[in-house]
Design a protein around this ligand. Structure first.
Ligand code: NA7
Length: 538
């Protein structure tokens, strides 16, 4: 049987992004008969799709790369502190080539349905081209933000110019010189695009529903010499990442916010504002995340920074969030974003005042006026975390649908398995530390854990693993406990499962794990060390 016609594997991994690539590496090393399927034409996941101008890490590149191979760490030179999409995709291709992983990957393979066959302890998968595959284990490596969502404006098909969601940015260069461009959405993506294209297009009009708090990325190149120094510190760098809640290099300031003077707070903030990366968020006082007084004072500080950077005071006020504090949503990091609004070719339209009524043949109409465009960019975000699962018809024991089980919010054990859905693993799913993490750091730990469990079962001849309802109930309680004190749970954002463009996603739901990666790792290790406490085997 050729690989092309082969229809049964021990393990099928769905998704050839950062998680799927490492997962297949570990399975191949273990001698498991496994394959990775991806709906895309090639590997890379997030970094395959998001080709919009300005797409880049806001993790330090050298903390984002895989840590599992010293040889790989020694060979790869990250050229920028926060590397851009083309280089990130090159990196993932380099990894796949180096470890000869491509031959275990199938592209243009979209999984439409997965059904658990209880008699055989197998999963039966249906691809969108009608093919059927089977396997003992399914490992979902489908990404957190892989289901882009468009607004539901009328007339969207009638637009005669070019329009696309940022996730589907065309592979060939888009000529924007001299063009009239609209960007709808000012999340992390919109903020990256706007900063990048403002000085390259004819006219840029930004349609903002709600502003986001944002701070400078402070990117810079990495020289050969600096890279050599980074290589010599990799052990230390990854050790730091392993002990921080979000898997970053940035460690929180341990001083109590209320125990230092205002001058001391300002000194810290002035320093962090000019430093690269997420320090402004993650090396801040811990109270920023939990204490409304601390959060309000810091938010006022950032608001002043915005006022200093944006010349027109009316525009500046529009760019300052009034309905939530800094850092209670995912903080976009920006490059020249606020300065973009000082340019005469850039215009900000506040669509909370004048909502978009429809898309027209030549542009769009707000309640105030018509705008003409050559290109409309939808930077309108994703059906986050559970979206990719919702769109697959996944049926576990008794034909139960995952979508129905999760209708009132996801339930999992360790964010890695689901009661009623044996032999299915979610590497980057709800209630898993990877939801709130410098993601490869958490992915490596999850892949290692799942691989060890598969090896454990193989050694014992087990054919089925599934969490108990009690383990799942206790994990849900723990997930809720970790989020209880966090201000982010009081705000509508994708981190709380809100998406105004998807029916039913209008209720705040705990979908992330806020206990921090070290605590999460401890829980996973405890379960494994005790002989996989909370799981039943057959
Ligand atoms: P986000 O952060 O969800 O941002 C989406 C943006 O699009 C946000 O400003 C939304 O406004 C806006 N939006 C969404 N739907 C509409 C409609 N219908 N009309 C007007 N404006 C709309 O997604 P991103 O892609 O920017 O970032 C996602 C993650 O990718 C990011 O956190 C990183 O981890 C990488 P709203 O705030 O909802 O009013």
């Amino acid at each position: 049987m050729t690989e092309g016609t082969k229809s049964h594997y021990e393990v099928i991994v769905i998704g050839a992004g950062v998680a799927g690539i490492y997962q297949i590496k570990r399975l191949v090393d273990l001698g498991v008969d496994a394959v990775v399927l991806d709906a895309a034409a090639d590997l890379g996941g997030t970094w395959y799709w998001n080709r919009y101008p300005g797409a880049r890490f806001d993790s330090e590149s050298y903390t984002y790369g895989y840590s599992f191979s010293k040889e790989l760490l020694d060979e790869w030179h990250w050229k920028e502190k926060f590397s851009g999409q083309p280089e990130n995709l090159r990196y993932l291709n380099y990894v796949a080539e180096k470890f000869d992983l491509r031959r275990h990957m199938r592209f243009n393979c979209k999984v439409e349905a997965a059904r658990f066959d209880e008699a055989q302890d197998l999963w039966r998968l249906k691809l969108d081209d009608g093919r059927d595959l089977s396997c003992r284990f399914v490992i979902m490596a489908v990404g957190l933000l892989s289901t882009p969502t468009l607004p539901r404006f009328s007339g969207m098909d009638s637009f005669k110019g070019r329009s696309f969601h940022t996730y589907y940015w065309p592979h060939e260069p888009v000529d924007m010189v001299g063009k009239k461009v609209a960007v709808i959405g000012t999340g992390a993506t919109g903020i990256q695009v706007i900063g990048e294209i403002a000085d390259k297009v004819g006219e840029l009009t930004v349609f903002q529903r709600r502003p986001n708090w944002s701070a400078p990325l402070n990117n810079s190149p990495i020289s050969e010499k600096q890279m050599a120094e980074i290589r010599s510190r990799y052990d230390e760098i990854f050790a730091t990442c392993a002990r921080t809640p979000g898997g970053f290099e940035h460690e929180p300031d341990r001083r109590g916010f209320h125990e230092v003077t205002r001058q001391e707070r300002l000194a810290l903030w002035d320093r962090l504002y000019d430093e690269p990366g997420f320090g402004i968020w993650l090396s801040n006082f811990r109270e920023i995340f939990t204490d409304e007084v601390a959060n309000a004072e810091f938010s006022a500080y950032i608001a002043d920074r915005i006022r200093r950077r944006v010349k027109d005071p009316v525009t500046a006020e529009k760019l300052i969030p009034k309905d939530h504090g800094f850092g209670v949503q995912r903080v976009p990091l920006e490059t020249r974003y606020f300065e973009a609004y000082n340019r005469s070719n850039v215009h900000l339209v506040d669509i909370s005042e004048t909502p978009i009524k429809r898309i027209t043949e030549t542009g769009l109409r707000t309640t105030a006026r018509d705008h003409d465009f050559d290109i409309i960019v939808y930077a309108t975000g994703f059906d986050a975390i559970t979206g990719a699962f919702d769109r697959m018809d996944i049926r576990g024991r008794g034909g139960r649908r995952l979508r129905e089980k999760w209708a009132e919010g996801p339930r999992t054990y360790l964010g890695l398995q689901i009661e009623g859905f044996p032999n299915l693993f979610t590497l980057v799913g709800p209630h898993n530390a990877a939801t709130f993490c410098n993601i490869p750091r958490c992915i490596e730990q999850n892949v290692d854990w799942v691989t060890a469990l598969i090896a454990y079962m193989r050694d014992r001849g087990h054919t089925r693993v599934e969490p108990t309802p009690e383990a799942e109930r206790d994990w849900l309680a723990h997930v809720h406990d970790t989020g209880r004190r966090m201000l982010f749970t009081q705000v509508d954002s994708w981190m709380m499962g809100i998406n105004s463009n998807v029916a039913g996603k209008d209720r705040r739901t705990f979908i992330v794990y806020a206990g921090g990666a070290p605590k999460y790792r401890e829980k996973c290790e405890e379960a494994a060390a005790g002989g996989y406490v909370g799981f039943t085997f057959r």
